[in-house]
Write a protein that binds this ligand. Sequence first.
Ligand code: FMN
Length: 191
Amino acid sequence: MTASPSARHFLFLVTSSRRAGNSEQLARRAADNLSTTDTQTWINLADYPLPAFADLRHATSENWTPTIEGHARTLLEATLAATDLVIVAPVYWYSLPAAAKLYLDHWSAWLRAPGYDFKARMADKTLWAVSTYSDTDPRFAAPLKETLRLSAEYMHMRWGGHLLGSGNRPGDVLDDAAALVTAETFFTATR
Ligand SMILES: Cc1cc2nc3c(=O)[nH]c(=O)nc-3n(C[C@H](O)[C@H](O)[C@H](O)COP(=O)(O)O)c2cc1C
């Protein structure tokens, strides 16, 4: 008898600056193929705006610890509750949209927040990325992918992979047949 894989809880963090864009549409296609034992939560970062990040690590005493409150606390707790974290992010200037980058910057505070054990708990998780861009050459999405892949490596997280589709106007990605085929098995192929 083979053991069934344990249930996963996916957190989809939508980071585009417009609603229901190509990246979210592609991510929802991929999510449609999750196993029935997997659960999913969707959060649009526009609904939980984070404050500008301030690096206070060396500003006060050596024992400085951040206080995490408001939307930052909601996002931190949602992040820790997931087994699988999916950054849904269009390519903006070859890299991440500002909202996604700001979320990552806040990890630097969360790493130092007492009571969360952020780094150790992140190490149990898998980081994935789902993106769209108006190009067709994946070289032009490499900085986005590498930002996330290297961040996963730093956090000792597993790297799930990068699902990349092409499109410019909302809905265009649904014409990218290859991306839609990849989406069907994206979250399940390597299980
Ligand atoms: C600020 C901004 C920067 C962009 N930079 C790039 C880029 O560097 N390369 C690219 O191929 N497309 C770029 N695009 C196009 C978007 O990636 C494309 O329209 C994508 O489908 C948007 O995804 P969304 O619908 O999920 O927001 C940019 C769009 C915006 C608004």
